[in-house]
Design a protein around this ligand. Structure first.
Ligand SMILES: C[S@@+](CC[C@H](N)C(=O)[O-])C[C@H]1O[C@@H](n2cnc3c(N)ncnc32)[C@H](O)[C@@H]1O
Length: 262
């Protein structure tokens, strides 16, 4: 059976995280000679995108607290011929000296840091003065039909704790709050912009099975009968309403994109 991280990388990254990685690069383009940090790097989607952009970086570093995610990042990075440092660490305690990096991205991870200001202060410490950062953080459930429908189906078929794991993705939706966190951590020129991407999967049922099975609650899903599992996936797809055409899914995904200077 695939690990959580393998499933994440195969199912979620192409549909959700790769498009957002491209958006971060648009918001803060990398340059030749950059020494770059990918904070909460997961399986390395953003770092791979930076490498694929063609810039020749002097350093690519990904940090995450989850060893399983880093294992996949390392493997996928090697397959793509990317030479990067994959470091297991908590965002609130980075194992680097100060003034190291001149660009940092953090994609869909700030909302999971237990103390965002502490993590941002620590990030500021390892950045050179004037370094640029770009973050994205999913907005409210009401603006994100995929997550809304997924959490409702999980509440019903698996239990509220399962739905909560999806709602946590939308737990830091207030742009003013995010701006205050960056200000309190000492960042300047802070810009918070709500961006909506239209995301697509050609086979909604396949996505449902991958995104709900084998993920945070995959073990619980396996306890259901095949019929109940099938009902759960179908309920999720029906809940997408206009964003599911009977086969494919095409839906808005909204995030606050933050850029700031150290
Ligand atoms: C939704 S994933 C996003 C991963 C990656 N940025 C991507 O684009 O695919 C959130 C990641 O944040 C990491 N994370 C959560 N809390 C963390 C912390 N305190 N320090 C470092 N990483 C953390 C998780 O392990 C997970 O890999």
């Amino acid at each position: 059976m695939k690990t959580f991280a393998e499933n994440y990388d195969e199912v979620l990254v192409p549909v959700i995280f790769q498009p957002w990685a491209k958006e971060l690069i648009r918001a803060a383009p990398p340059w030749d000679g950059v020494n770059f940090l990918d904070l909460g790097c997961g399986t390395g989607a953003v770092t791979r995108e930076v490498a694929a952009s063609g810039v020749s970086a002097t350093g690519l570093t990904g940090v995450d607290m989850t060893a399983g995610m880093l294992d996949v990042a390392r493997k996928r990075g090697q397959e793509a011929g990317i030479s990067a440092n994959w470091v297991e660490a908590d965002a609130t305690s980075l194992p680097f000296p100060e003034n190291q990096f001149d660009l940092a991205y953090c994609q869909q991870a700030l909302q999971f840091f237990p103390d965002p200001v502490k993590a941002l202060t620590e990030l500021r410490r390892v950045l050179v003065d004037g370094a640029k950062v770009a973050f994205c953080v999913t907005t409210d459930l009401s603006e994100n039909p995929l997550l809304k429908s997924q959490s409702a189906a999980m509440d019903k078929y698996i239990g509220e704790a399962a739905g909560d794991s999806v709602r946590a993705i939308c737990s830091l939706s207030d742009g003013a709050q995010i701006r205050a966190y960056f200000r309190d951590a000492g960042f300047k020129s802070i810009n918070v912009e709500e961006v909506s991407l239209t995301l697509f999967h050609p086979d909604g049922y396949e996505y449902a099975a991958g995104a709900m099975g084998g993920m945070h609650t995959g073990d619980k899903l396996l306890e259901l009968s095949a019929e109940r599992r099938d009902e759960c996936f179908r309920e999720f797809l029906i809940g997408l309403g206009e964003y599911f055409d009977g086969k494919s899914m095409k839906f808005p995904h909204v995030s606050n994109v933050v850029t700031a200077l150290a």
